[in-house]
Design a protein around this ligand. Structure first.
Ligand code: ADP
Length: 395
């Protein structure tokens, strides 16, 4: 019986060994499983991080503002598409020092100041990129405390268009004041002379009164045209489209200008098919035709002819041409004639009661119909103004 106890002990030992081996195997499986899950979650996390970084980069690139982030060492860490476009750079600037990436000492100095002071800094600066000059508003801020060297973020807004609009507005006000001042000072001068009562000759008095009337008319035209321009620019009057025969509009413009044409011995001609209909605001289109035909009479010269023709294009747009056989307009001024207050011959325009706004009004009206207007002929063959208008309702 002596063998029973050792045998039992040996059996217990073997059983324990087997149990341990099983447990170890189970543990190994568990660790392997854990490892699998860990690397899967790592892969998922790095995929998510990459997607987030891509989303952030797309977001930065789509921003209207320029964004530039510099790391603590002053190297370009992030530069979005707008900043690259503003300074004419490519992606290779990433990782470079600021001055190597963007050759602007002004920007460099601002960044240094922000880094040193830790303050937010706002400035306007002018940059040259290629042939273009741009005006930028810049805001720079450091990430950490002053001198912590954690990096700087710069946000840029392109103010070039805004500045051009401001300049245009200032010039417009200056032009309007100038245009108003001239006839007013003339009227004042004639009235003062008449009031002094020293002009006995009734013929001269009448001539002076005629001048006063002419300059008051000029003021009236100017104010009417200014009102028209401001209403068109602020879209105050809705365009009310209708399908109307083009010939009726031309005939009405000819009727209104009949006396003026007679005085200048100018022939008014039109060759427009009766059935040609256009989809326009009749009152505004009337204004366009009147301005162009009136210019033809005014500048085309005595004994001339002003003709209006129209042609239906395949794309359902009508091209209208208003031409005269006067001196025309020099080629180099073709683009400028549609600008407000631009006159080829200043003296002649003023003499004829011109305001310098007629063609600007024409351009506005045509554009509000979705069309285009341009000057076709060069000098000496007369001026031909062409414009397009729709025949069908626009989308
Ligand atoms: P204005 O009131 O002076 O006529 P517009 O804007 O109608 O102003 O025209 C601008 C300028 O273009 C005119 O001052 C004139 O010098 C020139 N112009 C316009 N139409 C003609 C034309 N048919 N022939 C020659 N010059 C023209």
């Amino acid at each position: 019986m002596d063998w029973i106890l050792p045998s039992l002990l040996a059996l217990a030992f073997v059983l324990q060994l087997l149990w341990h081996q099983k447990k170890r195997a189970e543990l190994r499986d568990e660790i392997a499983d854990l490892n699998d899950r860990l690397s899967e979650s790592n892969a998922r996390m790095s995929r998510e991080l990459a997607a987030a970084a891509e989303r952030q980069a797309t977001l930065f690139d789509r921003m209207i503002e320029g964004v530039l982030i510099l790391d603590g060492g002053g190297r370009v860490q992030l530069i979005n598409a707008t900043t690259r476009k503003l300074f004419g750079l490519d992606l290779s600037v990433r990782g470079k020092r600021l001055l190597e990436a963007i050759r602007s000492h002004e920007l460099h100095e601002i960044v240094m100041e922000v880094e040193k002071s830790g303050h937010v800094l706002g400035r306007e600066m002018i940059i040259k990129a290629g042939f273009e000059t741009r005006c930028l508003s810049l805001n720079a801020s450091s990430f950490g405390e002053s001198g912590s060297g954690e990096g700087v973020i710069v946000v840029l807004h392109d103010l070039t268009k805004l500045k051009a609009v401001e300049k245009g507005r200032r010039e417009f006000v200056a032009n309007v004041s100038h245009e108003l001042r001239t006839p007013l000072s003339m009227i004042k001068g004639y009235v003062e002379t008449l009031l002094q009562g020293e002009i006995g000759d009734p013929m001269i008095r009448e001539r002076f009164l005629g001048k006063i009337q002419k300059h008051s008319d000029r003021l009236t035209y100017l104010i009417e045209d200014l009102l028209a321009i401001s209403q068109l620019e602020s879209n105050q009057i809705a365009v009310s489209f209708a399908r109307v025969p083009l010939r009726n509009l031309v005939d009405r413009a000819f009727d209104d200008l009949h006396d003026r044409a007679m005085t200048e011995r100018v022939k008014l001609e039109s060759s427009i098919a009766k059935e040609l209909r256009v989809y326009v605001d009749p009152d505004r289109m009337q204004q366009v035709l009147q301005n162009l035909v009136d210019n033809g009479i005014k500048y085309g010269g005595r004994d001339g002819t002003v003709s209006v023709e129209a042609e239906l294009r395949e794309d359902c747009w009508v091209v209208v041409r208003v031409g005269d056989n006067g001196p025309g307009i020099p080629e180099e001024m073709h683009d400028r004639v549609f600008e407000r207050f631009f006159r080829v011959d200043k003296a002649r325009s003023r003499e004829q009661g011109g305001t310098g706004l007629g063609l600007a009004i024409v351009k506005h009206i045509i554009q509000s119909h979705g069309g285009q207007v341009w000057l076709e002929s060069g000098s000496e063959s007369g001026a031909v103004f062409s414009f397009t208008i729709p025949t069908e309702a626009m989308e």
